[in-house]
Design a protein around this ligand. Structure first.
Ligand SMILES: Nc1ncnc2c1ncn2[C@@H]1O[C@H](COP(=O)(O)OP(=O)(O)OP(=O)(O)O)[C@@H](O)[C@H]1O
Ligand SMILES: O=C(O)[C@H](O)COP(=O)(O)O
Length: 404
């Protein structure tokens, strides 16, 4: 087991990993449930007179969501009602100057860790611990805290490197999410288990599907993942066009073989959309049957007939697990699929969990009522990994540090 922040000595200088990865709309970072949850841990620490320097990532290099953490510092400060100083450096001179000035109760946000050379390097945890990133920052602090459960499935420097060389503790979000999500994996269900899968992270979802065949009786697909499965079935969906948003071909190349294998193995246990919706010329919602679809990269939601097919599966299930939105629910006219699934769950008394930093936000956004769900996880990929029983590198690193 790992140590938690309840085990910390008083007035420590803490280097803390959180996960504030959020949607970015036209350069504007959107608030999500991760800010509110991590703010609770940070507040607990500052109230106990610790000083906190935060490490986090946003997006991936090369994507338009890959931006600095300046806006994240402001959003977090609003949640905390306490200043969060942003420094545009992760471990350079400016960052070191700012950490030196940290006093008890202060909160500092270091720059996006994925802007360093080391964070995403293909290294063992021990090698991550030897990087300049770790070797420069670690001596400035008394201890390392990891609260970023939702990024616990990545073996990156800020996650597995620091625990190699520092006293390390799990934050409250890490502890709660770890316990809850691990307990789902251990649960036995007598009745039908259904999983609704969507969103944009095809590889995480497909990898989980491969490992969940014993646990899940029916998969209901939507989002980008659903489009890739429809492409595998020969429909004109999930294919990039020259001027389109470029959501599909790369994922397709990486996952085609697995998608075909999963379809072959699971057969009727996979439900795919029978209709999809896009924006018409006047901005209106246009729904098309998949066999008539001819706008391969424009579909932003599943259609009404799809939800009519998915709803009975939910109604007859003992447990429904959700990961990823079925459409671009942030736009009301493309929220039908995501709302349809969440509302159907809310109307039954099944055991229900919703995962995904963005997806879990839909419950609040559309007033569906958090009380209808057993757990709303702010984690996506890590939640899926936990359901399959696969180890999480962040947890392994915290446990190894506790044993030292
Ligand atoms: N057809 C679609 N086209 C474009 N985006 C889509 C589509 N369907 C769903 N999405 C997007 O998927 C996002 C949610 O899924 P995503 O996999 O990115 O995150 P998540 O489920 O919250 O999990 P994680 O925590 O792993 O990021 C939503 O923001 C939604 O807009
Ligand atoms: O949003 C997430 O799921 C986590 O922050 C991990 O992000 P990644 O999929 O870009 O590693």
């Amino acid at each position: 087991m790992f140590n938690t922040i309840d085990d910390l000595d008083s007035e420590q200088r803490l280097l803390m990993r959180v996960d504030l990865n959020a949607p970015v709309d036209d350069g504007d970072v959107q608030d999500n449930r991760r800010f509110a949850r991590h703010a609770e841990t940070v507040a607990e620490l500052t109230e106990n007179d610790h000083a906190v320097a935060l490490m986090a990532h946003q997006g991936r290099p090369g994507r338009d969501t890959f931006v600095t953490l300046e806006q994240h510092a402001d959003i977090l400060a609003d949640h905390l009602d306490h200043p969060v100083e942003y420094v545009p450096s992760t471990y350079g001179e400016e960052a070191l100057d700012a950490t030196e000035d940290l006093e008890s109760g202060d909160v500092l946000m270091l720059e996006n860790v994925r802007m360093t050379d080391e964070e995403l390097a293909d290294l063992t945890p021990e090698e991550h611990g030897e990087t300049e990133f770790v070797q420069t920052l670690a001596p400035e602090f008394d201890a390392y805290v990891n609260d970023g459960y939702s990024v616990a499935h990545r073996a990156h420097t800020s996650i597995v490197g620091f625990p190699q060389v520092m006293d390390s503790y799990a934050g409250s979000v890490m502890e709660d999410e770890y316990e809850y999500n691990t307990s789902i994996e251990r649960r036995e269900f007598d009745g039908k288990v259904t999983m609704a899968l969507g969103g944009t992270k095809a590889e995480d979802v497909i990898a989980a599907m491969e490992n969940l065949d014993e646990k899940v009786d029916q998969f209901l697909l939507g989002g980008i993942v659903g489009h890739l499965f429809l492409r595998a079935k020969g429909y004109e969906i999930g294919i990039d066009t020259p001027d389109g948003p470029g959501l599909y071909d790369e994922s397709w190349e990486e996952n085609e073989e697995t998608i075909r294998e999963v379809i072959e193995t699971y057969g009727d246990r996979i439900s795919l959309p029978v209709d999809v919706a896009r924006e018409g010329e006047d901005g209106e919602r246009v729904t098309e049957r998949v066999e008539n679809a001819d706008h391969p990269d424009e579909y932003m939601d599943v259609g009404e007939a799809t939800i009519d097919e998915y709803r009975p599966h939910i109604e007859e299930s003992e447990a429904v697990l959700v990961k990823g939105a079925l459409g671009v629910f942030e736009m009301e006219q493309f929220s039908y699929g995501t709302r349809g699934v969440l509302e159907a769950i809310a109307e039954t008394d099944c055991y229900a969990v919703v995962g995904g930093g963005d997806t879990s936000r839909a419950v609040e956004m559309y007033d569906i009522g958090a009380e209808h769900f057993d757990h709303l996880s702010i984690a996506g990929g890590a939640y899926l990994r936990a359901l399959t029983g696969a180890p999480l590198p962040a947890v392994e690193a915290l446990e190894a540090a506790a044993e030292r």
